[in-house]
Design a protein around this ligand. Structure first.
Ligand SMILES: Nc1ncnc2c1ncn2[C@@H]1O[C@H](COP(=O)(O)OP(=O)(O)OP(=O)(O)O)[C@@H](O)[C@H]1O
Length: 251
């Protein structure tokens, strides 16, 4: 089995004595699309926030490519290639679609927006931004103010700004939440395409899409790992069925 790109050992988060995440050992393998699913209150969001460093664990360790990142901050892990998308809107509404991605590319270089930089460099960045936007299906919307994009297309723009950071691992928090059927299948296709050559870890409630998209699934319940495996395996497991029926099932 290849070495995990993300690995947690004994990951635990207590809120005033209540263990929202309890002793989770998770392994995300490189090059896979991996989902965390589970009924309401299972601890998915808490676990995701621990992995993306938005929360500090009560105990346990998080390793990224074998290195301990438990104590690092979100911007520090982002610089190492572990980038979170889809929760905080990374989109500036008043800026054009193209400028949003240009800005993300500038950030990747660790610069402030450099209006006076060499024209040649800006040209290169513009070409790269256009390419990323083309990849996410926004090639015809370069000059549109981001605020004017419909919801699903804004998420595609967020994905383009995330890709501008060239992440090795993309962490997606409910990438399909709030979308209509058409946007769901379009965004799922998009995730599959941009996941090539990367690792993706997502929390997602849409089990149909998880079944289609994900190589590996970790089912959480009451803060613990219930079952792990591919969709065929986990969906047949009586404990998983029971946890969805016994808990407040989604959808
Ligand atoms: N900041 C907090 N303070 C206290 N309790 C919390 C806090 N955050 C989460 N919890 C509790 O931890 C448990 C797990 O919550 P979490 O949001 O991680 O679950 P989830 O699987 O993401 O659920 P959902 O599908 O409803 O989003 C819940 O019982 C929740 O009430």
């Amino acid at each position: 089995m290849p070495e995990a790109i993300i690995e947690t050992t004994g990951l635990t988060k207590s809120f005033k004595g209540f263990r929202a995440v309890n002793d989770i050992s998770l392994q995300v393998l490189p090059g896979t699309i991996h989902a965390m699913i589970g009924p309401n209150g299972a601890g998915k969001t808490t676990c995701f926030n621990l992995l993306t460093k938005f929360l500090r664990p009560t105990s346990g360790r998080i390793l990224f490519k074998g290195r301990d990142i438990t104590a690092l901050k979100p911007d520090q892990i982002a610089r190492q290639g572990l980038v979170r998308s889809f929760q905080i809107s990374a989109v500036f509404g008043q800026l054009s679609v193209l400028d949003n991605v240009m800005l993300a590319l500038q950030r990747q270089r660790g610069e402030s927006f450099d209006f006076w930089g060499s024209l040649r460099r800006l040209d290169t960045q513009k070409a790269r931004a256009e390419e990323l936007l083309h990849d996410v299906g926004l090639g015809a919307e370069l000059d549109t103010p981001a605020a004017q994009l419909p919801y699903g297309r804004k998420r595609a723009l967020e994905l383009a700004t995330t890709l501008a950071l060239d992440p090795e691992v993309m962490l997606l928090d409910e990438p399909l939440a709030g979308m209509g059927t058409e946007d769901v299948s379009r965004t799922a296709d998009l995730i599959r395409r941009v996941a090539k050559g990367r690792t993706v870890l997502m929390v997602e409630h849409n089990l149909g899409v998880v079944a289609e998209l994900c190589d590996r699934i970790t089912v959480l319940a009451r803060g613990e790992v219930l079952v792990e495996g591919d969709y065929a395996t986990v969906s047949k497991d009586p404990r998983v069925i029971e946890s969805y029926i016994g808990g407040a099932a989604h959808e």
